[in-house]
Design a protein around this ligand. Sequence first.
Ligand code: PAP
Length: 355
Amino acid sequence: MESSSSKMNQSLKCNEKEEYRFDPTTHNKFKEIMSTIPRRKDAWVFDLYQYEGFWCGSFQLEGMLSAQEHFKPQPNQVIVSSTPKSGTTWLKALTFAIMTRFHVDESTNPLLTRLAHDCVPFIEVNICSSPQKLNLDVPLVATHIPYTSLPKSITNSSCKIVYICRDPKDAFVSLWHFNHKMSAKDQEVSATEDVPLEDALEFFCQGLTTCGPYWDHLLGYWRASLESPEMILFLKYEDLKNDTLFWVKKMAQFIGCSFSLEEENKGAVQKIIDLCSFENMSSLEVNKSGMVRLELGITQDGVNAYEFKNNSFFRKGKAGDWKNHLTPEMARRLDQITEQKLAGSGLTLNVTPNG
Ligand code: PAP
């Protein structure tokens, strides 16, 4: 079997940076699609468009169409995928640390000075235009795109996808807090501040959130993982919390970067876990006080971007925090939907019990 380091070196040599530019053909297609598909508001009165069964913002839709058109996987490409607020930041950090461990010194790891989102770009967001691109050639990207809408260049290839899901109750609470903190360019921050939890829950249950319905996103990847287990590793946030060591080793093996016995004996796995732990990441200066600019689309007029405070990606980092926010009735409602939606799929979520 090929050693993980030689595989990594091979991928480094072959890696070419993906560049998307403003593409008038995709833009016209996007305009045409936008004018015909269902449009609704989410709880925070942002416009959502329903495309291929899922809701998304206009820039995400254009970014997704652009990725469908232009994304070309690298050799040994790894893609981390999730629905928002399910553990994306953590998963990005872990996979990045696993994949860069052969050529990045512990003390200079970019994760110490940059937000994980800045180290691992979303294919539908800022892959082309991040102002401070990393010079590391790591064949690692992320996405929130639902499985059925992924670029064919991914689903028809041998890319490895690591997907993470989370108890919908915690994901919903996390989303609600995030939107409170969101600082959107050219938008009134206060516009997002007054949405009661009850109202936001109603929208979430109806599937009216970015990448919603939440449950359908999970199921798409789950079914694909059953069909192609060598292509998709399906993780649960709560499992990763409970037994991080086991799942980090599993992830490394899955993406072709297994830890050698020697590395294990030297504590390499634990070092990565410690580096990426919520406690460490949330205490880093960059994550306490920095800002990240997520570029959501390129138009004739330039780049459209949202700016987020890095600390908005680090709140509690716990499983079961929903208990501090949801009433038993709200929790029951989400659990019931989860049960109904997942019935017969073979997928069970680690939902923390109600009460
Ligand atoms: P995104 O989809 O907008 O990138 P994502 O990273 O998926 O967000 O979700 C953020 C959640 O992950 C937050 O959960 P909370 O609101 O319930 O606290 C955040 O705290 C949590 N998170 C971020 N980093 C870590 C980490 N290193 N370990 C565990 N949880 C984390």
